[in-house]
Design a protein around this ligand. Structure first.
Ligand SMILES: Cc1cc2nc3c(=O)[nH]c(=O)nc-3n(C[C@H](O)[C@H](O)[C@H](O)COP(=O)(O)O)c2cc1C
Length: 434
């Protein structure tokens, strides 16, 4: 039986599924229910400094992008950090942690970029007995205009400086949460590492405007006729998050720093993918906000079943397994050749593959008078567009050509074996000897 127990930077939880810092973790009532539902840990909704709490908008805070079936694909929010009193939060954290010693509570913090501000809040957080802190250097709206959140996360020197303060004034693990609103994610990750961070977590939300009301000309969500950019998350951001995670996992400067993967995790499979890219656990927000806390039960059973089917007994067994296969484009094997194949039994003759290929790609799909579609191997470059636009799963697949076969498009003999390379157009230095 697969063991989902996770040890992330010394913090042990029964499974790798944590709730990310956001409304689901904003208060004791929520967090208790989340733990009862089975979540392994939570990152408490970001706390700010002592003083009057921030004030949120009193109009719509969220916008969304939907799929054709109105399934929520992307969520945008203009919410700030917690608008509840600091000391109420701290008392609640202490109580919940005492009652759930086997679950992780990480306290997310965002205070001004001044040593005194961090020095003041860290002992208060330490006193709660929480397992660690997460530095919110990511929020793209509201707080960044006040010199916090993404305003810090976009300057590696500030990240390093604040991380050092936290390591100095706080004894437990420090996780640095990174903003994706930056050109090269490796720079802030390296800064966090240099400052002594125990881990990085990513991604926070992406700057976004989800829609514009064409009657009022206001971006949405609209507050009295005006809108502001918000933070984008949910299934739509998963590819961006995974790319950034993989960059950190394979870069020589950041390789080895523990990573908590965040961004669009909705199913056990998403979580498994993040873990193969080097994450020690995952955090979830939008999926819980869309489907409720009990979604974790499907994540747990799904991951466990998959691990059993693959013979993985622990998370460590497959953590980082995909990292060696993330490579630079110039290392891709140009001798590998595939062709599209249409399963006529599954084909519903909709013609989408034909329209896409004929109008925008390589004219490699033929349509007969009775609307039978077939691939013209001599034209097909295996771009995959037909697979991507086909509405029937597995109806069109890409089949690798066997070594020794001749590609009818180029007339070249297929040599997919890397070891047989002598020279390679993408990587002229690669030789059989390498
Ligand atoms: C409504 C909302 C509020 C959020 N508030 C915070 C916050 O206070 N602190 C923080 O670090 N991240 C915050 N986030 C970002 C999430 O923690 C997470 O990084 C992001 O939503 C990506 O994960 P997801 O795709 O699973 O939602 C918030 C997200 C949402 C949707």
């Amino acid at each position: 039986m697969a063991d989902l127990t996770t040890d992330f930077i010394g913090i042990k939880t029964p499974n790798p599924f944590w709730l990310a810092s956001a409304p689901p973790t904003d208060k004791e009532y929520n967090v208790r229910r989340a733990f009862e539902a089975g979540w392994g840990g939570v990152v408490w909704k970001t706390l700010g400094s002592e003083g009057p709490p921030v004030v949120n908008v009193n109009g719509p805070r969220y916008g969304a992008i939907y799929g054709a079936d109105r399934r929520l694909l992307g969520l945008n929010n203009i919410e700030l950090i917690t608008d509840r009193d600091l000391f109420t939060n701290l008392e609640e954290i202490k109580r919940v942690k005492a009652d759930y010693p086997d679950r992780a509570i990480i306290v997310s913090i965002m205070v001004p970029c001044e040593e005194e501000a961090w020095k003041a809040i860290l002992p208060l957080v330490e006193d709660t007995g929480a397992d660690g802190i997460e530095l919110n250097f990511g929020c793209p709206h509201g707080m960044s205009e006040r010199g916090m959140g993404a305003a810090v996360g976009q300057v590696p020197e500030y990240i390093e400086m604040v991380t050092r303060w936290c390591k100095q004034y706080y004894s437990k693990p420090v996780i640095v949460k990174l903003t994706p609103n930056i050109t090269d994610i490796r720079k802030p990750a390296a800064a966090a590492k240099a400052g002594g961070a125990d881990a990085v977590s990513l991604i926070n939300t992406i700057n976004s405007i989800t829609s514009v009301n064409l009657d009022t000309m206001s971006p949405e969500p609209s507050i009295d006729g005006k809108g502001s950019h918000g933070g984008y998350c949910g299934p739509a951001v998963k590819p961006i998050a995974m790319s950034m995670v993989s960059e950190i996992a394979r870069d020589p400067e950041t390789r080895g720093i523990p990573i908590s993967g965040i961004g669009g995790v909705t199913t056990w499979r998403d979580a498994a993918e993040f873990i193969t890219l080097g994450c020690g656990n995952v955090q979830v927000c939008t999926a819980a906000m869309t489907y409720g806390f009990k979604i974790v039960q499907e994540m747990i059973s799904g991951l466990s079943d998959w691990m059993d089917s693959k013979g993985h007994t622990s998370i460590e067994d497959f953590k980082g397994a995909a990292v060696p296969n993330v490579t630079d484009w110039n290392q891709l094997n140009l001798n590998y050749i595939a062709k599209a194949k249409i399963d006529q039994d599954l084909c519903i003759s909709c013609g989408r593959c034909f329209a896409a290929c004929e109008d925008t790609s390589h004219q490699a799909i033929a349509m007969s008078e009775n609307r039978t579609f077939s691939v013209i191997d001599a034209e097909c470059v295996a771009c995959n567009l037909c697979v991507n636009v086909c509405p029937v799963e597995n109806c069109i697949t890409m089949e690798a050509m066997a070594p020794g076969a001749t590609d009818p498009r180029t007339g070249k003999v297929v040599q997919p074996d890397y070891a047989n390379w002598t020279t390679h157009p993408n990587n002229p230095s690669a030789t059989a000897a390498e």
